[in-house]
Design a binder for this molecule. Structure first.
Ligand code: NAP
Length: 230
């Protein structure tokens, strides 16, 4: 399957590598491929520049948003939340139409320092903004409640724990569920929260996730929902 990953950060790298390992033909989209390859500085978290990752993943094509998405059946949004709509605009509405769009981005606002706040919350969400702007895309919000290494390798956290998804298109959610199972998520630990408006809940959880990250000193943790016996 041809897949496009929008975003060259740690999440884009993790998702692109996993999709390649699963046999997908993967293109990673960046605004300016030459500029991205020319970067030599590590990112804010100390991760090596994209060109180091690129050399280790020669099967992945780095290209522009419209070229990455034109032939893609699956699109992953792994861009900075503040730039997500802009990157999707660059991809072009016609290249998103009818396609499964897995949105992993969180609407983080770093303008008031650390920890970041959210630039949309409570009565709206980034997932809904994306679905409203691109009504023909089949948006599924998923995986945004955990560290990117856990997204593609749930075994990084011991025991049983959960991944959430939400979206307005039942068939898109079925496709996303199948993909999550191929990532290693057991069917019973994939919780469908309902419509895309449920992205408000998963995006607002990031405020707690960030404090847990600080308190625990590791990103390798996740939510395990404990239920009473039926
Ligand atoms: P990031 O640094 O948040 O985002 C990098 C990507 O965002 C780059 O590809 C960049 O495009 C694009 N971007 C930045 N500003 C833009 C703008 N104004 N217009 C268009 N594109 C713009 O990378 P990340 O840490 O991998 O996170 C990706 C997303 O996943 C974020 O929304 C984050 O909140 C969410 N998330 C991250 C984690 C995690 O483990 N890191 C976990 C859960 C959710 P160029 O390549 O063109 O520079």
């Amino acid at each position: 399957m041809r897949s496009a990953v929008l975003g060259t950060g740690a999440v884009g790298q993790a998702l692109a590598a996993k999709l390649v390992a699963l046999g997908h033909d993967v293109a990673v989209a960046t605004r300016d491929p030459q500029a991205t390859l020319a970067r030599t500085d590590p990112d804010a978290l100390g991760n090596p520049p994209f060109n180091v990752w690129c050399q280790a993943h020669p099967d992945v094509e780095l290209t522009t948003p419209p070229q990455a998405t034109a032939q893609a059946e699956l699109i992953v949004n792994a861009t900075n939340g503040a730039g997500s709509l802009a990157m999707l605009e660059l991809a072009g509405e016609e290249n998103l139409s009818g396609k499964l769009l897995i949105d992993i981005a969180n609407p983080l606002d770093f303008s008031h320092g650390m920890p970041p706040s959210l630039f949309v919350s409570n009565t709206d969400s980034l997932g809904e903004q994306i679905q409203r702007r691109f009504p023909q895309a089949r948006v599924v919000k998923a995986l945004n409640t955990m560290n990117c290494e856990v997204m593609v390798d749930p075994g990084k956290v011991p025991g049983e724990h959960d991944v959430f998804l939400c979206g307005d298109d039942p068939d898109a959610k079925r496709q996303a569920t199948e993909l999550l199972q191929r990532f290693g998520w057991p069917a019973a630990r994939i919780i469908d929260l309902g419509a895309i408006s449920s992205a408000r809940g998963t995006e607002m959880y990031v405020a707690l996730w960030l404090r847990l990250w600080g308190a625990l000193g590791t990103g390798h943790f996740n939510i395990a929902v404990v239920r009473a016996e039926a």
